[in-house]
Design a protein around this ligand. Sequence first.
Ligand SMILES: Cc1cc2nc3c(=O)[nH]c(=O)nc-3n(C[C@H](O)[C@H](O)[C@H](O)COP(=O)(O)OP(=O)(O)OC[C@H]3O[C@@H](n4cnc5c(N)ncnc54)[C@H](O)[C@@H]3O)c2cc1C
Length: 425
Amino acid sequence: MPEQGPLTVAVIGTGIVGLCAALEIQRAGHHVLLIEPGEPGGRQAASYGNATWINPGAIMPISLPGLWRKVPGFLFDRTGPFTVRWRDLPQLAGWLAQFVAAGRDWERIALCARQRYPLCRDTVSSHRTYAAEAGASHLIRQEGLIYVYPDRSAFTAESRIWSMRREFGIRFSEIEESELRRLQPALSPAYSFGARLDDAGQIADPGAYCAALARLLEARGAERFATRAIGFVIEGSRLNAVATDRGALACDCAVIAAGIGSDALARLAGDRVPLIAERGYHVIIPEPGVELGAGLMPSDGQMGVVSTPQGLRIAGQVELADPTAPPDWRRADILLGYARKMFPELVERFDAARVDRWMGNRPSTPDGLPCIGLASASSDIVHAFGHAHTGLTQAPATARLVAALIDGQEPPFDPAPYSARRFAR
Ligand SMILES: Cc1cc2nc3c(=O)[nH]c(=O)nc-3n(C[C@H](O)[C@H](O)[C@H](O)COP(=O)(O)OP(=O)(O)OC[C@H]3O[C@@H](n4cnc5c(N)ncnc54)[C@H](O)[C@@H]3O)c2cc1C
């Protein structure tokens, strides 16, 4: 990093990770350039369409022991929560093998949970602070998140995961059937047991939140460039500029926070990262006649079901596919099917023509950890991508780590597990 004075720092990408990083960098007294071809908070970003959860309990990776037994089913069952696009399988097979291997035993899961914990623990209070500064406090809700199960035995089958959360001090409450009915009167009797993560919350409209953070950054002096970053101008090991499709932007440092667009830039900064798109979908049913307090996660559908200002949002599905392939809207229809199952009276009420359908790319590494750290080609470039299913949750802690690395300060927690160089070993 350059040694003294306020720096000019280019942040590439204005999804939630880039925006939070930019806020922390600006807070440290530096000048921020935002490089983004789309609108901050726009539909192009994963940060727009996610399930809205900010969850201190999001310490578990997705790949868990026993997953390998399910992979053949994923290839053939077109209606489950996880699928692989056949045509893209040859290019995804290597990543898939690493993904399954990363979750092959519980010792690995415990280590991964330990490494994810500092990224998740302060998420709600951090977002509250950003939201207050951006005049968007009304978007933060903290009513907990309830995993709903057909019955207690389905919950007990996941007891290892819940006891791991307990070991980290993550508070949760078991909810018996009568209490579940009181809390969620519209929920189908097909679900009779719940486990609520008491300290989790929601950003009710993540697109509006991102747009508010971008306005805050600009009001505080950040400059926004509506263009795409295509490379770096590096002399020796010093960064001179970010190359964009509208010319070079001079800067002292750069942060790669371009979501699924990050791996190409990381390669130009000296690091090869196995990053793929775990594509996800959402549907929003306007005026659903169902208002949830806490968000819900049905154990059979593995998706987030939340009330938002636009209506009932059901967000989930994992589709391993080339990010440039056209969306497969049948995946969105599967989500609608779960909405009908969970809230039977919705069947009467909703108008399919008014349902908003969205597809976005989770930027995913195979080992359940993001890439955060200095790039190999220049320590003036910082990686901040690969947050997969939990980028909304993990963005504030990522941002604090990025800002500390830029300033050469003591990091708020050990950055070693997130280094891109782990994939070179
Ligand atoms: C269905 C679904 C549900 C989810 N639910 C949750 C949830 O409940 N909680 C949670 O914590 N996380 C959730 N996630 C994950 C979360 O949304 C992502 O991890 C997070 O949004 C990633 O943020 P990001 O800033 O890294 O990327 P993005 O939000 O994708 O932003 C990247 C930005 O970079 C820009 N960009 C790309 N290439 C370039 C370039 N070359 N130059 C300049 N700009 C570029 C893009 O235009 C984009 O705006 C969910 C994701 C999905 C898809």
